[in-house]
Design a protein around this ligand. Sequence first.
Ligand SMILES: Nc1ncnc2c1ncn2[C@@H]1O[C@H](COP(=O)(O)OP(=O)(O)OP(=O)(O)O)[C@@H](O)[C@H]1O
Length: 213
Amino acid sequence: MPPLLKLEALAPLVQSPLHPEGASFEVRAGTTVAIMGPSGCGKSRLLRTIADLEPSSGTVWLNGQEKKTIPAPLWRRRVVYCAAESGWWADRVGDHFQPSVRLTMALEAVGLPAEAMEWSVPRLSSGERQRLALLRALTLPSEDGEGRVYLLDEPTAALDPDSTLRVEALLRTVLSPSCAVLMITHHREQAARLANRLLCFDAGRLVAKALAP
Ligand SMILES: Nc1ncnc2c1ncn2[C@@H]1O[C@H](COP(=O)(O)OP(=O)(O)OP(=O)(O)O)[C@@H](O)[C@H]1O
């Protein structure tokens, strides 16, 4: 079985912060891979290139199928990107979601009430905003049941310790055998709690590191 996500020499086309050889690694279905590195080293841009939001050189495959053979809207439904700073386009939170039992359960799991769907976006605290943006990504309906990769950019950066643990517990439930998570974190303990593999930026190269401190 091919890896769910595979990168070969992937790099942003414009002013890439990566070493010229780009990023090459695989993410297997059912696993979480954590990425760490200093501020400005290129972590977010790497996720954005995988998500097809920045022009890039190199090659990406999803389930053995090359990105350039998959229409962009379909790619973005299967490679779901959750940015560190979320974008919202309507005033009411609920207008960004499709109601479902899964959503109600997920809200509860991260400590938010069902009424959060009625809240207005401008009133959200940064932690509420971050959890809701994550739920929006995680509960996107899947039309074809195909495997998905979730690209999560510092998904708990705005959260208190208790909310962080709640979100981590939710993330573990996302990992069906056909899905995978590729996440950026600044916390090694979080990587150790969640990830199967850790990749660290070192002078523009991604280097595998042990998860134990
Ligand atoms: N569109 C762009 N074109 C050129 N350079 C960019 C672009 N967007 C960001 N950069 C630069 O690329 C570098 C990497 O940015 P990136 O956002 O990937 O960093 P990061 O590792 O995620 O940092 P942090 O941990 O602070 O979020 C930074 O120096 C940034 O200023």
